[in-house]
Design a protein around this ligand. Structure first.
Ligand code: PTJ
Length: 278
């Protein structure tokens, strides 16, 4: 309907309704289900909510908030989506995990807050152990993270015994379970820009690193660097592992051998440099 001044009255009422309607995103959502899935920044809001909740639960360190900010900046430049090269890396990671004698998924405070159920699903799909390994290690956080993972379905959570050591590391990440990371042949190392991946390599272990920064030290030394948000990467590796469940060892080895870590890192860096900053 148009009035004498040519103004569409229905449209004006709609606009007024929109201006006075309650905001869809609550200022301080208690549960992630309160974040509307169609919000343009949904994934970022969800990630921030999970990390904040992790700090409240005593799982994530305050430094974890800063680490998430660093990751988020890279994700923004990557367009918040999985690159084809990251998907190829996820498939190679799944093949490595299925071929492994003793695969282990390493979990820190950020990983536990962001993808606890997804880590349990990946462990189930690949027969991997789950081990808590922390930079800012305290008994309270170790216990809180193990409990949190059990609440999300983990049967056995390693890392609390700490009867093994990674040689050459001066910080708390050196502490591992002898029958966990200590005895693993393939280790998934997510969200840590540090020297542990290199030290694990020196022990003859194969590392799969998940990190949004292709220049992080861990990504640079990984046999398989997955440059993707862990929120997307872990379910993606699980999906590939489920698809490859019946593949022969020969087929899995072909996938592993065809993967080129340097090309994956170069592609991620190219995508970041050429990123569309809209
Ligand atoms: O729980 P703790 O005590 O073991 O401490 C964990 C943190 C994350 C605080 C600690 O490992 C740390 O300080 O890590 P850095 O050195 O900041 O490295 C974290 C890396 O993860 C950075 O390279 C980030 O780009 C990357 N990152 C952050 N968030 C994500 C991510 N990569 C993938 N997905 C994310 N959501």
């Amino acid at each position: 309907m148009t009035d004498d001044a040519g103004v569409d009255a229905d449209a004006e009422t709609d606009a007024n309704d929109e201006r006075t309607a309650d905001p869809e995103v609550p200022a301080d959502p208690e549960h992630e289900s309160e974040i509307p899935e169609d919000h343009p920044r949904y994934q970022s809001l969800l990630t921030r909510h999970r990390i904040e909740h992790g700090v409240d639960l005593g799982i994530t360190s305050k430094q974890g908030l800063i680490a998430e900010g660093r990751g988020e900046a890279f994700d923004y430049l990557l367009g918040e989506e999985t690159l084809p090269s990251a998907d190829t890396a996820a498939r190679a990671a799944a093949a490595h995990l299925l071929l492994a004698e003793h695969p282990v998924l390493s979990v820190n405070g950020n990983v536990a807050a962001l993808v606890p159920g997804e880590v349990v699903a990946l462990a189930e799909a690949t027969g991997a152990d789950i081990e808590v390994n922390l930079f800012n290690r305290t008994d309270e956080r170790m216990q809180a993270i193990a409990d949190h993972l059990r609440e999300h379905g983990a049967d056995d959570v390693k890392g609390l015994t700490a009867d093994g050591r990674i040689p050459g590391l001066s910080h708390e990440r050196a502490k591992v379970d002898a029958d966990g990371i200590g005895g693993a042949d393939v280790v998934v190392v997510p969200l840590e820009d540090g020297d542990r991946a290199e030290a694990l390599g020196a022990m003859g272990k194969t590392e799969i690193v998940i990190d949004l920064n292709p220049m992080s030290r861990s990504a640079q030394v990984a046999a398989v660097p997955i440059v993707d948000n862990i929120i997307r990467a872990v379910p993606n590796v699980t999906r590939h592992a489920e698809e490859l469940a019946d593949a022969s060892d020969e087929e899995l080895r072909e996938i592993v051998e065809a993967f080129d870590p340097e090309a994956a890192l170069a592609d991620a860096e190219r995508a970041i440099r050429e990123g569309d900053l809209d």
